[in-house]
Design a protein around this ligand. Structure first.
Ligand code: FE
Ligand code: ZN
Length: 511
């Protein structure tokens, strides 16, 4: 039946009106309980918000559009993963050594994505403004989807290689995974605005390029189309997250001048925490990719010194300055990745990845990338270790390291003024002595000692008998790894043996 009467029809809403109705229009003021009781957490950090409606949603994405876009990406992603798996995509990798970077991603980054999903869900509940709540809801879903697509993509490798089988347990219990775990737990246990600045601004906006670009280009260069695919699928979400980070900081700074010192303190803290975490990525770029993309130094110069420099110059109109200790991070750029990889090599009996010493060609590349440091400080150590290895007495370190109370990385970084001396800072709290790797970490400790004094440091746990048993293999099994099979040098690994077999004797398909 056609409508021939003159009854007025509802006008089709503009995108802007529809978005307003589907976001702001869904909020209300509580009247059974005061708003301050319904939202008890968005004031205690001292942040002052006068008008939540000033929050801009740059993407104007409604939930129905969100589900439609994401479903479309999901269909493509799973089609590619299926094809990768059916065609034994792992055989096209540059080398099986590469997969140790993927092991780090699965055990160290994927669980952080999962926890970011929990953090954003909780953040959405904590803020009384409707605009940011909708943005947080979408980001919570994005992060959950990232964790899921990563697990599904990487599951292909679990059929063919060691070390991929117990990632949730590894993340919860293992020593170097305590580094990313403590990072995200620190953010999740902060107040809502600190969580927002920590993840959306300091990590997603300032530092994320240094995480995703090297991993995704590294994957592409090394034939890992599975990882490239989830990287692409996450990229459009990432653009939204970065915009949220920038909007968050502008919003807080424009609402009240009293917010500035609080925000600057969080930027200082989360820059340093993020920078320390990214050491793992830098080590991957410099040592773990069989085909290199760029060095950590180059990445740092492009994505932090140049892009970050421009960003902070722009934010100076709000009174924001460069993060404290950014100069130290710049001064250390020719050192940290070598120190981190060599630390992992000497503890490879207790690592869930395999390690190896760089080849002569790789050392030449490192020398060219690190002209001021590599030949002088790191090549001699590597050559000495290679000689020990050739003599059948490889260097392994079974001493338990002192861990930083804040970033939880073993004290392996050196003084900027003297790269032959380990940096070691101390702080006293309630009569007890605490150790930190740097001034940056010590500042963070001293700002909230009651928080960091509670850190569950793996070495202290071992000494207290809380890591599965009295012997070192008990501890490795407690983490969810099999000693010798999932751990140790690459040359002696099952991964290496299988790879050599596949490459020497290509599998013939049954006729
Ligand atoms: Fe994510
Ligand atoms: Zn530290």
């Amino acid at each position: 039946m056609t409508n021939t009467t003159t009854t007025p029809r509802a006008k089709k809403l503009s995108l802007k009106d529809k978005h307003a109705l589907m976001t702001r229009g869904l909020g209300w003021e509580t009247n059974y309980v005061p708003m301050d009781e319904a939202f008890p957490y968005d004031k205690f950090e001292g942040i002052r918000i006068h008008d939540w409606d000033q929050w801009e949603d740059p993407f104007r994405l409604t939930m129905d559009a969100y589900w439609k876009y994401q479903a479309e990406k999901e269909r493509k992603l799973y089609a590619i993963i299926d094809a990768f798996s059916q065609h034994n995509g792992h055989l096209n990798l540059s080398d099986a050594r590469y997969l140790n970077a993927v092991k780090i991603f699965l055990t160290g980054i994927t669980p952080v994505e999962y926890n970011a999903h929990r953090g954003f869900a909780s953040l959405g509940r904590s803020l009384r403004g409707v605009g940011p709540r909708v943005a947080c809801q979408m980001q919570a879903l994005d992060e959950l989807r990232h964790a899921q697509t990563q697990v599904h993509t990487i599951s292909h490798y679990n059929r063919h290689f060691n070390g991929f089988h117990s990632w949730t347990r590894n993340f919860d219990r293992m020593w170097y995974l305590a580094v990313p775990k403590s990072f995200i737990n620190d953010a999740m246990t902060a107040g809502p605005f600190e969580f927002l600045i920590a993840t959306s601004f300091s990590f997603e906006f300032v530092l994320t390029n240094l995480l995703f670009m090297p991993f995704m280009s590294g994957a592409a260069y090394n034939g890992d189309m599975a990882t490239v695919t989830f990287g692409f699928s996450a990229q459009s979400d990432e653009a939204r997250h970065m915009t949220l980070g920038l909007e968050a900081i502008k919003f807080l700074l424009e609402q009240d001048p009293a917010n500035l010192p609080i925000v600057q303190k969080w930027i200082d803290k989360w820059f340093w925490r993020g920078y320390r975490l990214l050491t793992i990525v830098g080590m991957m770029m410099d040592y773990m990719l069989p085909k290199k993309v760029m060095s950590w130094r180059e990445g740092w110069e492009i994505y932090f010194e140049q892009s970050g420099g421009a960003l902070f110059a722009d934010l100076s109109r709000y009174g924001i300055r460069m993060p404290k200790y950014a100069d130290i991070a710049v001064a250390e750029k020719e050192h940290i990745t070598h120190q981190a990889w060599l630390m992992l090599c000497q503890y490879n009996w207790a690592a869930g990845i395999h390690t190896w010493l760089p080849s002569a060609d790789e050392m030449d590349w490192l020398a060219a990338q690190y002209p001021h440091t590599f030949n002088r400080y790191y090549r001699p150590r590597i050559e000495h270790w290679k000689a020990l290895q050739a003599a059948g007495t490889p260097f392994v370190n079974t001493n338990l390291p002192c861990l930083c109370q804040v970033c939880q990385i073993p004290l392996a970084f050196t003084e900027t003024s003297d790269p032959t001396r380990i940096a070691h800072r101390e702080s006293r709290y309630l009569g007890e002595l605490f150790h930190c790797c740097s001034d940056g970490c010590r500042d963070i400790f001293e700002a909230e000692p009651e928080k960091y004094a509670q850190a569950r440091l793996p070495v202290q746990q071992l000494l207290q008998g809380n890591l599965g048993g009295p012997e070192l293999p008990d501890m490795i099994r407690f983490w969810g790894f099999e000693p010798g099979r999932d751990t140790g040098p690459y040359e002696a690994s099952e991964d290496a043996r299988r790879w050599a077999q596949w490459k020497d004797q290509p599998q013939t398909t049954a006729a």
